[in-house]
Design a protein around this ligand. Structure first.
Ligand code: TYD
Ligand code: MG
Length: 486
């Protein structure tokens, strides 16, 4: 009998090595390579199946316009979730929802299947929730807390893939077989033919493969939950991303009550939409107007803060950007960024220094996107520069002002897309002025938003707002009066 072979697998990215190493060459992570005992054969779903080697026969091609590619969707009725999935769940597809432990994945998915089962948006498909982490009673308690006790969700506590497959391997809809299945979490599931422990890359991959294959064959939607740790140490979503149709990440700061659902891969929709939720005592509630939430603590006389009029997919989102420039006590000054790209900050700082003559050497720079949002748009450049300039000059921004625009290396302000959506959202939230790049689309029809737009061509135009002019002096006085003790 052949010896069980062992191999070394990076638990972060799934790369396989013949021997142990301290650092994974594929993803660069340290101390993530773990020995896994494994046999190569994976008896699947109880039946041993030979590897699919094809039949050797020719297959026929079809034309692009042959079949209508209308994928039937199942709207959940939770609008923020439907937006991120691109308009509901697709039958026979697999979704992965990743996120830090405790962020609210189980809560979100229980609410999603609860809404589906209650038929919030039309038909009520049969839904099952299989948990490998919680007992059925715990799930009932959670459902009670979420006010879902009347929803017809089938609950089960199970971890064996063989048992789960045996249970689900019936036609969906027939004899109460579920049409939507949640597996919480994929790290707790195991395939008994593999010797490695649950949660290892081999187990996670094999378990997911089995579930996805069955979902495609039987036509149910499977929602896989996956934990990610900060270190990426648990074999997780990274090794599954290519296997599923849709990857969603549920993120948020522990200290904040809001959570953001983001699509990073979607075979059935766009990937730039976000869903915003607020975690409350009664579960997650949708936040249809995120700008109001992100700006709830914003005051416009604060030094080092600027409001960025951003876009998340098709939706405008206003968010506060905070900067602090302080004398450094280090030989190499610190640059700390939360919620934005560090490389992009370095570029904005370099342009401020080289093109506008700001002295930033020997100073620490901290940048924070308030509320835990992560911005990826280059359009935030100008708002970041405004926050930095405000901190450096010790002057607040002009009141009720939003900022957006990309900055080029020569110090020019470049136009960005969806200008009118940004301006409209700002006007809606009571802002009266926007600092923006020059308008390019002169032919744009429709009503102009009711907001004054100050067009900036160069970064120096922005800094002029912070020099010793009368307006700036007045702002400083107002700030000092307000800051003075009563
Ligand atoms: P949970 O969904 O268990 O997180 P995950 O599955 O991602 O590990 O949510 C965990 C946190 O959410 C927990 O700290 C408690 C909080 N919570 C609420 O604040 N309100 C609620 O109604 C529920 C169910 C949970
Ligand atoms: Mg959970």
């Amino acid at each position: 009998m052949a010896q069980p072979r062992s191999r070394h697998v990076c638990q972060a990215c799934g790369a396989v090595y013949g021997k142990w190493a301290g650092r994974c060459e594929a993803c660069g992570a340290w101390n993530t390579i773990v020995e896994e005992a494994t046999r190569e054969t994976v008896p699947l779903g109880g039946k041993r199946r030979a590897r699919d080697s094809g039949t050797g026969r020719k297959f026929a091609f079809t034309d692009l316009d042959d079949t209508p590619v209308e994928v039937p969707r199942r709207i959940t009725g939770i609008a923020e979730f439907d937006r991120v999935t691109g308009g509901g769940l697709v039958s026979g597809s697999a979704l992965l929802i990743g996120g830090d432990p405790g962020i609210g994945k189980s809560t979100l998915l229980l609410q999603v299947v609860g809404a589906l089962a209650q038929g919030k948006a039309g038909t009520a498909p049969r839904c099952a929730y299989i948990s490998g982490e919680e007992a059925v009673d715990q799930m009932r308690l959670r459902a009670a807390r979420l006010n879902l006790t009347s929803a017809a969700i089938q609950l089960a506590a199970a971890t064996s893939i063989r048992d789960i497959l045996a249970t689900l391997d019936t036609a969906p809809g027939a004899d109460g077989a579920p049409e939507v299945v949640v597996i919480d979490t994929i790290q707790t599931m195991y395939v008994d033919s593999l010797e490695s422990a649950p949660g290892t890359v081999a187990q996670v991959r094999a378990s997911a493969q089995e579930l996805i294959r069955l979902a495609k064959r039987r036509g149910f939607t499977v929602l896989l939950v996956g934990h990610v740790t900060k270190e990426g140490l648990i074999a997780g979503p990274m090794v599954l991303e290519h296997m599923v149709d849709t990857v969603l990440y549920f993120e948020g700061e522990r200290g904040h009550q809001f959570r953001i659902l983001r699509a990073v891969k979607n075979r059935f929709g766009p990937t730039d939409e976000i869903g915003v939720f607020e975690m409350t005592d009664g579960g997650l509630i949708e936040v249809p107007n995120p700008s109001a939430l992100f700006l709830s603590e914003y005051r416009d006389d604060v030094i080092g803060a600027a409001v960025f009029a951003g876009m998340e997919g098709t939706r405008p989102v206003l968010v506060e950007i905070q900067a602090l420039i302080a004398p450094s006590s280090f030989a190499t000054p610190r640059r700390a960024v939360v919620g934005w790209d560090a490389g992009r900050l370095a570029m904005v700082l370099a342009v401020l220094e080289a093109r506008c003559g700001l002295a930033l050497a020997g100073r620490d720079v901290y940048l924070n996107v308030a509320g835990g949002l992560r911005i990826t748009e280059p359009a935030a450049d100008l708002a970041v520069a405004a926050a930095l300039a405000s901190s450096l000059t010790d002057l607040p921004m002009p009141p009720k002002t939003v900022v957006f625009g990309e900055i080029g290396l020569s110090g020019e302000v470049r136009p960005v897309g969806q200008r009118d959506s940004r301006l409209k959202e700002a006007a809606k939230l009571g802002f009266t002025q926007a600092l923006a790049p020059p308008r390019v689309d002169t032919a744009s029809a429709g009503r102009r938003p009711a907001i004054k737009v100050r067009e900036l061509r160069r970064l120096a135009d922005l800094l002029a707002l912070f020099d010793g002019t009368r307006g700036a002096r007045r702002r400083r006085e107002r700030h000092q009066n307000q800051a003075a003790p009563q």
